[in-house]
Design a protein around this ligand. Structure first.
Ligand code: KG4
Ligand code: ZN
Length: 338
């Protein structure tokens, strides 16, 4: 079964074709990062207009790369939510048009569910190793720009939310920390890069939120802001900025890893899955791998951040259980998982 996956929840216009939820036949992403970087973050109105401009060539590119025609497709899967309403609308209307014009079944997919299924893609793991499909029960950490969730999966399509952020998402914290340090947008990749050059670590708190599996990153963000403000009195050196970036990254990594592994131990998970843009962070990944008592699955960086392949893979697993959507399906900007 060949599924075309369309993702437009934020600032990536992405389309991909995946066979049977595993085989990546094509993967095309038109990013808008440079446009939004000027504003220091994603501007929703700009994002939806940009999707309109770039999506048709992206979808054509996905067909060409896979050397397929419309008639070869068995389903079109699209992100229904969560995400920016205007951006989601562009992807959904595109998917509906394709479905209507070519008579191809259509289904809406949860973006967070999609992030998890990036771990089923063949050759999609960070180390390029071929793996068995992840075993159940498993614990999935979804860490992105909008979410930080720990989810228990006992089987395909079943999700129990065990922990979530009570304020900022991990990726949002990376983006805000980078902004106050004057490092630009998006924050995750640049913090990771700058932190590599650090010789020491700025002392920053670990937001453990004891007694709960939930997260809170806003206090850490304020602590970084205070340190950054103190730098204004003397000219900030690159070395000091690197120390703060490294201290911040260490704190986020320690808490994400510690809490995910605690949940995995508690529920007797057979695997830990990582997903979402923050999972592209190599320090987070290597610490999870080093500390986890069970196998860790993590997509390669390009499949951690938003892409169409994860939507196509997820669409396959939903479609095979008979889940299809009608053309009256609407966007759900705050769609919950499960
Ligand atoms: O999953 P994603 O592409 O979009 C959302 O669904 O939100 O995640 C984007 C987030 C951004 O906040 C970005 O700063 C963060 O993922 N990110 C990273 C890294 N690469 C992207 N965070 C930490 N380290 C990275 N290498
Ligand atoms: Zn995402």
């Amino acid at each position: 079964m060949k599924v075309l996956g369309i993702e437009s929840s934020c600032d990536e216009s992405a389309a991909s074709i995946v066979e049977d939820g595993h085989k990546l036949l094509s993967n095309v992403i038109a990013t808008q990062i440079e446009i939004h970087a000027r504003f220091g973050g994603v501007v929703p109105e700009v994002a939806s207009r940009q999707h309109l401009l770039q999506f048709i060539p992206v979808v054509r590119g996905a067909l060409e790369q896979a050397e397929l025609d419309w008639k070869d497709l068995d389903a079109v899967a699209v992100t229904q939510g969560p995400g920016l309403a205007g951006s989601l609308l562009v992807g959904i209307n595109l998917a509906k048009s394709i479905s209507f014009a070519h008579g191809i079944p259509f289904l809406g997919v949860n973006h967070l569910e999609g992030h998890i299924y990036a771990n089923w893609l063949e050759g999609g793991q960070y180390d390029g190793e071929q793996r068995e499909d992840p075993p159940f029960p498993l614990v999935a950490l979804i860490a992105s720009g909008g979410h930080t969730d720990i989810v228990l999966m006992n089987d395909y399509g079943t999700y129990r939310l065990i922990g979530r952020t009570r304020d900022d998402a991990a990726g949002e914290a990376f983006d805000k920390c980078a902004r106050v340090l004057g490092l630009g947008f998006p924050g995750g990749p640049v913090i990771e890069q700058v932190a590599r050059t650090a010789e020491g670590r700025a002392a920053l708190p670990r937001p453990w939120m004891k007694g709960t599996h939930d997260f809170s990153f806003s206090g850490l963000k304020t602590a970084v802001l205070r340190l950054a403000e103190s730098l204004r009195e003397t000219p900030p050196s690159d070395a000091r900025i690197a120390e703060i970036a490294a201290g911040f990254q260490d704190s986020v990594v320690e808490v994400l890893v510690g809490k995910t592994i605690a949940v995995a131990n508690e529920v007797g998970a057979k695997a830990i899955l990582m997903s979402g843009g923050v999972a592209a962070n190599s320090v987070l990944r290597s610490e999870m791998v080093r500390q986890s008592p069970v196998p860790v699955y993590c997509p390669r960086p390009g499949l951690c951040t938003d892409n169409g392949a994860m939507i196509a893979a997820c669409g396959y697993f939903r479609a095979r259980t008979g889940h299809l959507s009608g053309l009256d399906m609407d966007v759900v900007p705050n769609l919950p998982l499960g």
